[in-house]
Design a protein around this ligand. Structure first.
Ligand code: BMA
Length: 890
């Protein structure tokens, strides 16, 4: 009922010019749980951030506080109170409403004791009318929050069926039954994150006073619905609402910085949908990162000469191409075509960047998303166990050309499907789609994370006799409720919808939305984790049409660990403290297995140095694993690579798990909580380069005498206008910078594609360079094109098998180039593997490149600091360096 009221009020609530806003945010809120905490604090905020600021609780991210502070949310209720004064002018208004951008989650709101409304979703904005009798000059607002943990439990008891899973695995130290509350699923814990289940008001909050005798029009949404290829015109759908019955509006639409505008006098009755037609000749296309620029246009809407509102839009077509291949080839394609240009998706999965959103600055989001762009990504997947991000997030992705695969917030669970729940979900989808649909970066909606697979593979051991009902419930939620709600407001052909990730796309629909095998590599997208496999060996990964999740964990840097403990004795690989932060069972064992298989283990007796070197090795392991997966996907990206025997190939996307971290822990992230790039992120930048050389030894790590083995060198080019360059490869032994052999050739592209530069019989080549064992030799290539150079190293044996010589790695000089940029010159006397540079915590930024192999005596890298560095000296930028050789030292 409150939802209906909310929509009614949305209609009433509007136009800035004829209303007055009274902010209710600020640092004069009192919060109390009436047991052991009462504090004065700031909204936007949550109980945790308020209690930290009031010195009533320690840093929740330190030590075991994630568990020790659990009592805050799972024992009782909280009341948030504020006193505020209203002027007589405001009190005389015809109507006053209260608006919450976001409220987390279940609350009962009163003003001066008058009931105002109830909230039960953190995923919708709430507006409630406040009757004038409830307000006076001195007022008190009380917001009574229920414990989200107890609420979820009560809801599950009231529901007349079980909806598994009941709880998260013990190793996650989590809360249970998050599927019963419309709240960030991972706030009850995940396999990389803590369970704080915060309570609070993370967004804006204000009263708004109106004079309702005036006509108020609100811009509800703008959507670039479709492109008419015959007429070369765009259809832009605009939805408006008004507080008035039948009237005639004089609307004007202006597309700023173009010659396009449109005026109309049109009958309006509460709601109005208008489709605008804009000629393609008047606008420039919005392109994903790497394919062109991202022009954005402001569409301004006015009535009778008064501006109502505006939205920034970008012009691009989006197609998710799922076609059959023809005789003899099974399955369908699955790729994005933007402006009719097929795009190989290079991306990652995004999770919430803090457990307490009010701590996330727009600068932090900008730096994380810039880090994605710098790593040559063109897409991120907003994963369905997190949150719908704030508006500024999408403004940044629009500007940077980072396309978004946007899940709705349902993950790894069955869900209730009773009427109140479905109504709540319906309102959430309508609200979020209308809020977000103007953003050109959002190119796909997806119903959920892994719930089709969960049903198809029966992850939660639903008894046989309940399976049909479970499937019906799935369709009720994701098709009848969510997909239909999306279609209600996101019309046209410009933004595809899939019901789940992974799914088989159209084939899942053909199989009534639950495919027999949603992970079928010949259809749709796949999630793949193979922790038991040899993770550096590309051939252990499936050849899919689109790999939307895959990855491996690593440890964050020592600086990051010191944010969680001041006790060095906690910092021991596999001890109880590190295991407490490891929320995925047996991952440290798997990590150790991969490290041991490929890399030399530390030999030092110094326990902290040992841990530091394990961090370094875990990051090499993650970096090399991601590169192996990416090379595998990219080499199979050509449609010509479809194997006629298996129908596998034409891989058109990779989004590894996961780009960012919610806290400091061993996780799959390539960027640490504090924004430091792990080695993996530097490898992502390399492996996703638009022009990229790939060197492959087939079979993997073949013996030097294997007469059937081949070594091949290919170039991948994504530059649409083609390119040409020189591929130069050398074979080295690790004791000398002088190659044993150098060979090369020209490669030129008229358009995008993959070309094999050369293939040699491996045994012959090894004989020629007198490599009697593969561990004696290593190949390093460089492709030089249009003033760019990109390297590629091929290990012929596992690094642990090489005899590492002291490279004598030194920093020759550090020069400040600008307030934020530095040039660091390094020297070596022998090849150095996995050269790693680091700066202490007081500076944050990234090196370009980092984690590289050095085969030249001298090399200059740059460091970019996110903040200007003044008075630069060794104390302000103390660059540390290491290479694999250092691990072998006592
Ligand atoms: C996938 C994701 C997440 C999870 C990740 C790592 O399945 O969808 O649920 O965090 O793997 O296990």
């Amino acid at each position: 009922m409150f939802q209906r009221l909310f929509y009614l009020l949305l209609v009433l609530f509007v136009s800035r010019s004829i209303s007055t806003r009274i902010p209710l945010v600020g640092d004069d809120w009192t919060i109390t749980n009436k047991i052991n905490h009462t504090a004065l604090g700031r909204i936007p905020g949550s109980i945790h951030t308020i209690l930290i600021a009031a010195n009533q609780i320690p840093d929740p991210y330190m030590g075991y506080n994630d568990v020790d502070l659990r009592y805050l949310v799972n024992t009782g209720d909280w009341t948030f109170t504020k006193n505020f004064t209203l002027t007589s002018d405001i009190l005389a208004s015809n109507q006053i409403a209260i608006h919450f951008d976001q409220i987390d989650t279940v609350s009962n709101i009163t003003i001066n004791g008058c009931p105002i409304g109830r909230t039960h979703s953190m995923f919708i904005a709430y507006t409630f009318n406040v009757t004038s009798g409830c307000l006076k000059t001195e007022n008190q607002i009380d917001i009574d929050f229920e414990s989200p943990v107890l609420y979820a439990k009560r809801q599950s008891i009231a529901y007349n069926d079980t909806v598994p899973p009941n709880c998260t695995p013990d190793v996650q130290h989590g809360e249970c039954l998050v599927q019963f509350i419309r709240k960030e699923p991972c706030s009850f814990s995940w396999d990389w994150g803590p369970a704080f289940a915060p309570i609070g008001i993370p967004g804006d909050l204000y009263l708004e006073a109106f004079n309702t005798t005036e006509i108020i029009i609100q811009l509800e949404s703008v959507n670039l619905a479709s492109f008419n290829a015959a007429n070369k015109t765009w259809q832009v759908d605009v939805m408006l609402s008004s507080n008035n019955d039948q009237f005639t509006s004089d609307l004007k639409f202006i597309l700023e910085n173009t010659t396009w505008s449109y005026e109309t006098s049109i009958a309006f009755n509460h709601n109005l949908s208008i489709s605008l037609t804009i000629s393609d000749s008047l606008v420039k296309r919005w392109w994903p990162n790497g394919y062109g620029s991202q022009p954005l246009y402001n569409l301004v809407v006015s009535n009778q000469g008064k501006v109502i509102d505006s939205r920034s839009i970008g012009f691009r077509t989006v197609q998710l191409i799922q076609h059959e291949y023809g005789t003899g080839i099974n399955g369908s394609s699955f790729y994005f075509s933007i402006n009719s240009q097929p795009i190989f998706v290079k991306g990652s999965n995004w999770i919430p960047s803090d457990a307490f959103q009010e701590r996330v600055s727009n600068d932090k989001l900008e730096r994380l998303l810039r880090s994605a762009q710098l790593a040559n990504m063109n897409m991120l997947r907003i994963w369905g166990g997190g949150i719908y991000e704030r508006n500024s997030f999408y403004e940044i992705t629009d500007r940077l050309g980072i396309m978004l695969w946007h899940d709705f917030m349902f993950a790894c669970s069955l869900y209730p499907v009773d009427k109140p729940f479905l109504n709540n979900v319906h309102d959430e989808i309508i609200y979020q789609v209308k809020r977000l649909q103007s953003h050109p970066s959002i190119v796909l909606w997806s119903g959920n994370n892994e719930n089709e697979a969960a049903v198809a593979e029966n992850w939660y051991q639903v008894p046989e006799e309940k399976m049909n009902k479970t499937k019906e419930d799935y369709v009720e939620l994701y098709v009848n409720t969510i997909m239909n709600a999306v279609k209600e407001v996101d019309k046209g052909t410009n933004r595809p919808f899939v019901t789940s990730s992974p799914s088989n796309g159209l084939e899942s629909i053909a199989e009534h939305y639950i495919a027999a095998d949603p992970q079928d590599p010949l259809y749709g997208d796949v999630h793949f984790y193979g922790y038991q496999n040899d993770s550096w060996n590309s051939t252990t990964y499936p050849i899919t049409r689109f790999l939307s999740e895959t990855g491996i964990q690593s440890l964050p840097s020592l600086d990051t660990w010191y944010e969680t403990t001041s006790n060095s004795s906690d910092l021991v690989f596999n001890n109880s403290f590190i295991l407490h932060r490891e929320h995925s069972g047996n991952q440290l064992t798997a990590m150790m297995y991969h490290i041991e298989s490929n890399l030399p283990l530390p030999v030092t007796n110094d326990s902290l140095l040992y841990f530091t070197q394990m961090i370094y090795l875990s990051q090499i392991n993650q970096a090399m694993t991601l590169k192996s997966i990416s090379d595998h996907c990219r080499i199979h990206s050509s449609v010509d690579m479809i194997d006629p025997k298996t129908s596998k190939g034409h891989t058109m996307g990779l989004m590894y798990w996961q780009i960012n971290d919610i806290w400091q822990a061993p996780t799959w992230a390539t960027i640490e909580y504090g924004l430091k790039w792990k080695m993996g992120h530097n490898y992502v930048r390399h492996m996703y380069a638009p022009v990229y050389p790939i060197a492959i030894l087939k079979p993997y790590l073949a013996n030097v005498t294997d007469e059937n083995a081949e070594i091949s060198f290919s170039i991948i080019n994504e530059l649409v206008n083609g390119t040409r360059g020189d591929l130069v490869c050398s074979i080295y032994s690790l004791d000398s910078l002088t190659p044993r052999l150098t060979f090369g050739g020209d490669v030129s592209f008229a358009t995008t594609g993959i070309q094999n530069a050369f293939t040699y019989p491996y045994a012959l080549l090894m004989k020629r360079v007198r490599c009697n064992d593969s561990s004696e030799c290593i190949v390093h290539c460089s492709f030089n094109y249009q003033q760019n150079q990109i390297g590629q190293t091929l290990f012929l044996s596992r690094p642990k098998n090489y005899k590492l010589s002291n490279p004598n790695l030194q920093i020759e000089s550090i020069k400040q180039l600008s307030s934020t940029d530095f040039a660091i010159t390094l020297t070596v006397e022998r090849p150095a593997l996995f050269v790693w540079l680091d700066v202490p915590v007081n500076v944050t930024g990234y090196f370009l490149p980092n984690g590289f192999n050095m085969f030249e005596p001298k090399m200059t890298v740059t460091f970019h600091s996110w903040e200007p560095v003044t008075h630069f000296d060794k104390a302000t930028l103390d660059v540390q360096h290491t290479s694999l050789y250092d691990v072998t030292l006592l």
